[in-house]
Design a protein around this ligand. Structure first.
Ligand code: NAP
Length: 263
């Protein structure tokens, strides 16, 4: 399939590790010009070099804290510097802290809102004039399988990710006449460093081995394993490409069959 990405500039937020890095890698493999970002400048530079090894092409990178509007504006200006535009925006962010209702005060709720929802709004606001000028654009908002089935002990994430779905659905209608397609994707459980750390912590808490915790998790996934982040990247590539001409306003979960709920 021709994804038509060779002449496209793709900006992936929160992409110095995990799912964001994998998304960037898959766009690079399809010939796109990719810009990656994260707060830790050293890790970002190392990821850029690593992606060049894996994908054969080097992404451009700029450190940015996506909770800061001025950083996002600077990032979009940097991303559009070479081609004059950002054609594809993949919104992604670190996860807000785990906890239940009693754990969080207003400050925590506001911080989670800024990280999980407002960062996406701000990035979209910055790229839209560029996409509208071209009459073409793709926006892919990464969320979580929790938008279909809430996860325990993750009240901040469960709340604000649903806001991303409302944003996605509404923008899809508003922007369709301008040739801009907007979709959301959500991971079930993918084998990233973050998930490994969570499983290690759980193993410690329960007095189990890491392998025992993983096996228990795998048993709840019909495909019997965690996803490879590259598999998530391929989903983002399709939705963010010229191959996608008629899917907008949708939320697509990639979870190996884990969710039993009917959408
Ligand atoms: P990860 O490996 O921890 O990656 C998070 C990325 O976000 C890093 O590159 C990090 O870089 C960047 N980041 C965090 N805060 C940032 C900020 N304020 N500004 C800019 N960059 C920031 O996590 P992941 O496993 O890929 O997960 C990505 C997202 O998907 C998270 O929201 C997670 O909750 C969600 N999710 C993941 C899974 C899964 O299976 N992996 C499942 C459901 C939901 P710096 O720290 O250097 O900034």
């Amino acid at each position: 399939m021709d994804f038509g990405l060779a002449d496209k500039t793709v900006l992936v937020l929160a992409s110095s590790s995990g799912l964001g890095r994998a998304v960037a890698g898959e766009f690079l493999k399809e010939g796109a010009s990719v810009v990656i970002t994260g707060r830790d400048a050293d890790r970002l530079a190392a990821t850029s070099a690593e992606l060049e090894r894996v994908a054969g092409r080097r992404p451009r990178h700029l450190p940015c804290d996506i909770t800061k509007p001025e950083d996002i504006a600077r990032l979009v200006a940097f991303a559009s510097e070479e081609s004059g535009s950002v054609d594809v925006l993949v919104n992604n962010a670190g996860g807000p802290p785990a906890g239940t209702f009693d754990d969080f005060d207003d400050k925590s709720w506001i911080a989670a809102f800024e990280l999980t929802l407002l960062s996406y709004v701000r990035a979209i606001r910055e790229v839209l004039p560029l996409m509208k000028k071209k009459g073409w654009g793709r926006i892919v908002n990464s969320t979580s399988s929790s938008v279909r089935e809430v996860l325990e002990n993750l009240i901040l994430s469960n709340t604000f990710r649903l806001g991303v779905i409302g944003l996605t659905k509404t923008l899809a209608s508003e922007l369709a006449p301008r040739g801009i397609l907007v979709n959301a994707i959500g991971p079930g459980r993918f084998d990233t460093e973050r998930i490994r750390q969570l499983d290690l912590a759980l193993a410690k808490r329960k007095g189990l081995t890491f392998e025992e915790v993983s096996a228990e998790s795998f048993s709840r996934i019909p495909l019997g394993r965690y996803g490879d982040p590259a598999e998530y990247g391929k989903l983002a590539v399709f939705l963010g490409s010229e191959a996608n001409t008629y899917i907008t306003g949708q939320t697509i979960i990639s979870d190996g069959g884990m969710l039993r709920a009917v959408p």
